[in-house]
Design a protein around this ligand. Structure first.
Ligand code: HEM
Length: 325
């Protein structure tokens, strides 16, 4: 492994809590193995969300953000960001209009004034299909064991029968007409902590200027790289913006279960504006070196205890080390 990746990987492993680390490490590796089995191994590419496009811009915190969190990204100062939009699956050449490319992803890396960084890794799922890494591994294993000609009930049908959130979560997905026209959700909860020490569990939402979804047939008829090409063309015309919002948990809301949405009437507070203005000149090379980690937090943003975050950090680090051997 080349030297420059070691600090990132060490950081990723340190992010997992000591109690969770040993078990999560095994599940994380098995999850990456399961993605590799489903999609094949494509050297240099991510085990999931393999196809993507990198751009840069900035984030400016809204006036109400600092009341919720003392994090430097919410101070109101302009914070440089690197973002990556992506398609699901480990297939680097998947057509963007394929149903399998859902959910699409938006990852944001904030460059902190002290030289550090913090990440948000979001996608277009309204909520996750399962609660834990072990359940996700069981789902991926059931998918792999259920080809079209599998005898009924297939392992996937059996899994879904006992996990009703799976079809509800995946059934909500639609292909956007642009990466700029999708809402991306944090799914997992984090805890914002302000200067006075007040704590508030939240889930992030990146809200686009408008949401535009395509019918299935229209999506399938689009050119293979239409989302990636659209972002390149769009940024030549002007910036793409999203409003970062925090959905506030109320007492009794489950902060440990990303497969349970909180009630729609929960308050949404605007945290700031993400402005994306420049396509990375060499997106393919840039994305290889980038590692976005949902658990890469900063002072003022803390884990909620949602078990998916640790297992995701572990799996992303394993995938990163395989794509940068
Ligand atoms: C146990 C659950 C999950 C597992 C095992 C998992 C696994 C992975 C893996 C292995 C990668 C490739 C990482 C890399 O090579 O850098 C990845 C990327 C990604 N995942 Fe997940 N994931 C999970 C849940 C989620 C959730 C809940 C979201 C969003 C709310 C999400 C959004 C993304 C995005 C946007 C990327 C692309 C990151 C980038 O642009 O570099 N994943 N995931």
């Amino acid at each position: 492994m080349r030297k420059r990746f070691l600090p990132l990987l060490a950081a990723a492993l340190a992010l997992a809590s000591p109690a969770a680390r040993a078990d999560d490490g095994d599940v994380a590796t098995e999850l990456v193995d399961a993605f590799n089995k489903l999609f094949g191994v494509h050297p240099g590419f991510r085990a999931n969300h393999a196809k993507g496009v990198v751009a840069t811009g900035s984030f400016v915190g809204a006036p109400g953000a600092a009341a919720l969190s003392k994090a430097a990204i919410f101070s109101g100062a302009r914070i440089p960001v690197t973002v990556r939009f992506s398609d699901s699956t480990g297939l680097p050449n998947l057509p963007d209009g394929s149903g399998d490319a859902n959910p699409h992803g938006l990852s944001v890396k904030y460059a902190l004034p002290d030289g550090g960084e913090t990440d948000m890794v979001t996608n277009s799922l309204p909520f996750f299909p399962v609660r834990t890494g072990e359940e996700f591994l069981a789902l991926l294993t059931a998918i792999a064991a259920s080809p079209k000609d599998a005898p009924k009930p297939t392992p996937l049908e059996t899994f879904i029968a006992s996990h009703p959130a799976v079809p509800k979560s995946l059934g909500a997905l639609r292909t956007p007409d642009s990466f700029a026209h999708e809402q991306y959700n944090g799914v997992n909860a984090f805890v914002l902590v302000n200067k006075a020490g007040a704590r508030q569990a939240v889930r992030y939402v990146f809200a686009p200027e408008e949401t535009v979804h395509l019918e299935k047939e229209a999506a399938a008829a689009k050119p293979a790289d239409f989302l990636v090409d659209d972002m390149a063309a769009r940024l030549k015309q002007g910036p793409v913006t999203f409003t970062l919002k925090a959905q506030l948990a109320e007492p009794g809301d489950d902060v440990l279960d990303g497969s349970t949405p909180w009630p729609h009437e929960r308050k949404l507070v605007t945290l700031g504006t993400l402005t994306i203005d420049t396509l990375s000149p060499d997106s393919l090379e840039a994305q290889k070196k980038l590692l976005f980690l949902p658990g890469a937090l900063t002072d003022g943003i803390e884990p909620s205890g949602d078990p998916l975050v640790d297992v995701r950090d572990g799996a992303y680090a394993v995938s990163f080390s395989r794509r940068n051997p």
